[in-house]
Design a protein around this ligand. Structure first.
Ligand SMILES: [Fe+2]
Length: 340
């Protein structure tokens, strides 16, 4: 039977692909944002600053000197993940990410979907699309979209097995087998998978399976427990992949999180430690309304923790880097981990 030989988790926030001198661009967005979810409540920016007063010296945390140090650590951690992945050289990579109005919109928003097509394209950076984004996002887009289209084969037989097993396990998941087409042509794989393809795979095509969660948009975000259980179902599918695939070595990736755009180091440490210790009680005890905005992407990691729960692979942190960009403690809690 096929074997899961490796797992990794990586944040994918825009700051990872933005020079530290330009992190202010995103801070400006934060100051204008009227709704920052933080520990179950929602604050406008001045109220966020007030509620976090005295928690930490955010002026020092957001200084250019600190940002440069954090940026260097982020890049080093990503390099470690890329080098480790190249050394492991698995046959297939299952990527668990979230869709953020890339393939799925108000007309249809699945909680869980598995891509079962024969191939998937990470489409080239589109200068016209860059013009529609805020300067802070536009500055980071090259981190997700390659200079030219890159086509990845999909392990569609395993993808279909994942679907069949999920249905048996009572997950009525969605299937997509064709990339959507928009006014500007094929809509590329979203940011969560695109970042992994760019930064960890280095645009080298290999068989992948994109699995997309709706972590962001009410009202049908799956709960943390449901994500973990879905992960366990995926893990069982891989373990049952036999026949001519019996010797295949499979890797799994979690893309996104941890806390953002309000950084919450306490939350990040608690959830990462719980994943490391297979402490599902702690994971499931987090109130669902803490998983909002970017922090919701932690569920991509929780799904992967479920996939890997029965493999015997051990989670190890490569680094955890709190990347702050404003006086309200906004930014991104960047986490990088391996399961070996
Ligand atoms: Fe994201």
């Amino acid at each position: 039977m096929a074997k899961i030989v490796y797992g990794f988790g990586t944040s994918h926030g825009p700051l990872l692909s933005t020079p530290p001198e330009r992190w202010d661009l995103r801070a400006d967005d934060d100051r204008k944002n009227p709704a920052h979810p933080f520990r179950g409540s929602v604050y406008n920016f001045p109220d966020l600053v007030a509620v976090r007063d005295g928690e930490r010296d955010f002026e020092t945390e957001m200084s250019l000197e600190t940002r440069k140090e954090r940026h260097a650590r982020n890049q080093k951690a990503l390099d470690v993940l890329a080098e480790t992945f190249a050394a492991v050289a698995p046959d297939v990579l299952v990527v668990v990410g979230d869709d953020q109005r890339e393939w799925f919109h108000e007309d249809n928003q699945p909680s869980f979907s598995v891509y079962c097509g024969e191939q998937v394209i990470n489409t080239a950076l589109d200068p016209e699309k860059m013009k529609t984004k805020s300067p802070g996002i536009a500055a980071a887009m090259a981190g997700y979209y390659p200079p030219a289209d890159v086509t990845y084969p999909v392990a569609s037989d395993l993808a279909q097995m994942i679907v069949a097993r999920a249905i048996e396990d009572e997950f009525d998941i969605a299937v997509t087998s064709r990339q959507p087409v928009g006014p500007r042509g094929i809509v590329g794989i979203g940011h969560a998978v695109g970042f992994v393809n760019r930064r960890i795979l280095k645009d080298r095509p290999m068989p992948i399976i994109p699995i997309l969660l709706n972590t962001y948009f009410p009202p049908n975000q799956p709960t943390a427990k449901r994500c973990y259980e879905f992960g366990r179902s995926i893990g069982r599918s891989v373990a049952a992949w036999g026949g001519e695939n019996a010797n295949k070595r499979v890797a799994v990736a979690a893309s996104g999180g941890i806390s953002h755009f309000v950084v919450d180091e306490e939350f990040d440490h608690r959830i990462l430690t719980a994943m490391k210790n297979h402490d599902t009680k702690t994971i499931f005890s987090v109130p669902e309304n803490w998983f909002r905005a970017g922090t919701s992407e932690t569920k991509n990691w929780i799904t992967v923790a479920g996939i890997l729960s029965e493999t015997g692979l051990k989670m190890e942190m490569v680094d955890y880097v709190p990347a702050y960009r404003s006086e309200g403690g906004t930014g991104c809690g960047m986490a990088f981990a391996t399961w070996r």
